[in-house]
Write a protein that binds this ligand. Structure first.
Ligand code: ATP
Ligand code: MG
Length: 139
């Protein structure tokens, strides 16, 4: 069903601070089902490809360095209106602007080290899900 899936990554800052469990708890509490999940570390070329849309931005190099600096948890999440609802749950890119009760308000350190990724459209949710997971890794 259109709109049912989004792709998240728990980023290296949140993994390093032992926040995988509490973040997954908030995701479960908000009604998302885990369709696929893995604990992995992106290579430089994988991070460059994943964030290719930002390659002209001044922060691209640092973003790639950050996203490859340690392991991440990648997951496909299932829920009606998944992309929009998940972006509400994670909050604004900059934690200084993130609403109370959001994942980034609680766990993000900075505009770069902002704890989690969430897809920004249904089209990108599909591209990003296919980037991380094969069909036989989805349940
Ligand atoms: P994400 O795509 O990770 O869910 P987002 O959609 O809220 O985050 P984007 O504009 O897509 O934000 O930026 C991708 C990521 O690049 C951000 O999550 C953050 O880690 C980093 N980033 C964005 N803007 C800046 C900035 N001004 N300075 C440093 N890093 C930034
Ligand atoms: Mg984005």
């Amino acid at each position: 069903m259109a709109g049912s899936y989004t792709l998240t990554m728990i980023k290296p800052d949140a993994v390093a601070k032992n926040n995988i469990g509490p973040i997954l708890g908030m995701i479960n509490e908000a009604g998302f089902k885990i369709k696929a999940m893995k604990y992995t570390q992106l290579t430089k070329s994988q991070a460059q490809e994943f964030y290719a849309v930002h390659k002209e931005r001044p922060f691209y190099g640092e973003l790639v360095d950050f996203m490859t600096s340690g392991p991440i948890v990648a997951a496909i999440l299932e829920k009606s209106n998944a992309v929009e609802d998940f972006r509400k749950l994670i909050g604004a890119t900059n934690p200084a602007d993130a609403a109370e009760g959001t994942i980034r308000k609680r766990f993000a350190e900075s505009i770069q080290n902002n704890a989690v990724h969430g897809s920004d459209s249904d089209e990108n949710a599909k591209i990003e899900g296919d980037f991380h997971f094969s069909m036989c890794e989805r349940f």
